[in-house]
Design a binder for this molecule. Sequence first.
Ligand SMILES: [Zn+2]
Length: 172
Amino acid sequence: MTDIFTTEKRSDIMSRIRSKNTKPEIKLRKALFARGFRYRTNDKRLPGTPDIVLRKYGTIIFVNGCFWHHHPDCKIATTPKTNTEFWQNKIKRNRQRDLENYWKLGEMGWEVIVVWECELSHAHDADVVADKIAERLRRKLSPELPKPYEIPEELEMGIAAEDATEYGKKPQ
Ligand SMILES: [Zn+2]
């Protein structure tokens, strides 16, 4: 399994500039779908053809390959030893274009979330990332939801007395 994934990822990196439906992206999409989120994929009408568009939440997700989009301080995002200048320029242009697209989308009112390929490389990563995104999206629709791990002490002490079914219930 590990070997297959590595080979696939490698050929992805070498053969495609802007890879569509890469495995990490599909993993994240499935994980979001399983959490009840519905989205449009690769929407060409929006700057940068975003990978995942969650219209209801005004949120866009790009799943970026670390090499092509230059993930800062990432070990996958190394510059090839041959044709170094060519690659540096190419990746620099990609990065510039990405930032322009994020800016344009921001101007249009979208929130942009960037997920890096390396954040999805292990088996359960997609679930962890999807949980984080889900939390953020739900909060967008219901800003009054209690923040996780930030329960005030007095409330925490009173939890036993609270109606358990009401606790954490999403306000409509
Ligand atoms: Zn990375």
